[in-house]
Write a protein that binds this ligand. Structure first.
Ligand code: GLN
Length: 479
């Protein structure tokens, strides 16, 4: 039996019923990683010994009937911005290349309490800034579907680790598209949660008013199982909201016949690859057959989302990354005085993309420019958010492409603005703080995966997961 190609839900059933041990599942994934990851480069750190230890503990719990959750014994990976006590966490940056956190992120603590097995930490664009993993200090991760192409980013190491059958589930972060776009490029399912649904405590911040942590896996059901463990209020993160956590795995099994889905006209524009548009059309047909109704809607401020994001995000980045001064945080460099220590540390520690954003952000926040840039961007952000609020008065969810292209060739996009436009369809919902999922719906002529994005109102993860689950079930039936 090939264990590594199974879904998390299938592995959970096999383990809980005693048909396979966690150690067997773990060894199967480790063997796959050893055979393939020298090509793919999805891991920054492999935690092989810890994984075996955790798997053996799960196996003893199973024997003693003291299993902790449906995730007990399941091997996972974590994006390398999620702090793991005693295990290197680098954010893909030279400034943290030897950083060992003294504490755990809440999401990791919750997963540990649920009994998961950690296989390692996955590659990311530096401090999650990018759409390809090319800004990582350990170099690019390759797309498992085509090794000459990027896996997307910034959670590209995580999505590749699912696509390459290196683990059953993983966590990524999404600030402007970093879970959804790489999920689309790698042919896996990735959920961007609503702002406040999942704790960010111990996850390295990029832009604090936008950052979210969410699950990536082979299916929506697998994402639902992980979300049930990590969601909820956290006293250590004051932005988390005290809202009941539904039983997502049950919720997604409901049918979708009463749902009304919007197609925003601003998301079906020139420049989108035709294979992507065809896959979205086919997805619409599947959902229609299941009883969903479709209407055209308008999100009129969509065109302002990317420029708004590239003021708000760099501003917050410049503030968040100020702490890396070589004294409090970050690997310090020698210097004759404080200024030289700061400048050498930051000059040598940060890569070009991070520096570019710190410069833009510092400029936008500086006195005299703050009103013209940051404050104005925040006002436009409110208009974008209002667009969604209005749309959700009419529809339950919104169907769109995830990105204008499929996975591009490594090194093929050198202009930052072109790279920023990768997130044209994911950024508006990030600014609005709502939830969205990227679910595989097809392949291109070149055999590259294509995802569809389903957006839902804030704290309605169960709705987007349910639609994604229904798509997956019915696409599989067609095959
Ligand atoms: N690609 C986007 C950026 O570079 C989004 C990144 C993210 O979501 N972390 O900012």
């Amino acid at each position: 039996m090939n264990l590594t190609t199974k879904t998390l839900a299938e592995l959970s059933d096999l383990f809980q019923s005693g048909k396979v041990s966690s150690r067997e599942i773990t060894e199967a994934f480790l063997a796959e990683i050893k055979a393939q990851d020298n090509q793919i480069n999805s891991f920054v750190t492999l935690t092989e010994d810890l994984a075996r230890e955790m798997a053996d503990s799960s196996d003893s719990r199973r024997k003693n009937n003291t299993l902790l959750s449906p995730l007990d014994g399941i091997p996972i990976t974590l994006k390398d911005v999620i702090c793991t006590k005693g295990i290197k966490t680098t954010a893909g940056s030279n400034i943290l290349k030897n950083f060992i956190p003294p504490y755990d992120a809440t999401v990791w603590q919750k997963l540990k309490d649920a009994g998961v097995v950690l296989l390692g930490k996955t590659n990311t664009d530096e401090f999650t800034m990018g759409s390809s993993t090319e800004t990582s200090n350990i170099g690019v991760t390759k797309n498992p579907h085509d090794l000459t192409r990027v896996p997307g980013g910034s959670s590209g190491g995580s999505t590749a680790s699912i696509a390459a059958n290196f683990c059953a589930g993983t966590l990524g972060t999404d600030t402007g598209g970093s879970i959804r776009q790489p999920a689309h490029f790698c042919g896996v399912t990735g959920l961007k949660v609503s702002y406040g649904r999942v704790s960010r405590f111990g996850t390295m911040p990029m832009a604090s008013s936008l950052d979210t942590v969410g699950p990536i896996a082979k299916t929506a059901e697998d994402c639902a199982m992980i979300l049930s463990v990590i969601a909820g209020i956290d006293p250590k993160d004051s932005t988390t909201v005290d809202k009941e956590v539904p039983n997502y795995r049950e919720e997604i099994k409901k049918d979708i016949s009463e749902l009304k889905i919007g197609l925003p006209k601003e998301y079906f524009i020139d420049g989108i690859e035709s294979d992507i548009l065809e896959s979205i059309e086919a997805t619409k047909a599947i959902l229609k057959e299941l009883g969903a109704k479709f209407v055209e809607i308008s999100l009129p401020h969509t065109e302002y989302a990317v420029p708004t994001y590239y003021i708000v995000a760099p501003s917050e980045i410049s503030a968040n990354l100020a702490r890396f001064d070589g004294i409090r945080f970050g690997e310090g460099r020698e210097g004759k005085d404080l200024n030289e220590i700061y400048s050498k540390t930051r000059n040598q520690g940060f890569g070009d993309e991070v520096k570019r954003r710190i410069l833009i952000g510092t400029y936008c926040l500086s006195s005299g420019y703050y009103d013209a840039f940051y404050r104005k961007a925040q006002k436009v952000r409110t208009l974008i958010k209002d667009d969604f609020t209005k749309a959700f008065e009419e529809v339950d969810a919104i169907l769109t492409p995830v990105a204008p292209t499929t996975a591009f060739k490594i090194g093929s996009i050198s202009d930052p603005i072109r790279m920023y436009l990768q997130d044209i369809f994911t950024i508006p919902s990030s600014l609005a703080g709502i939830c969205g999922i990227s679910v595989p719906v097809g392949t291109s002529e070149e055999n590259l995966p294509i995802g569809a994005q389903i957006l839902g109102p804030a704290f309605k993860e169960e709705v987007v997961l349910r639609i994604a689950h229904n798509i997956e079930q019915n696409i599989a039936k067609d095959k």
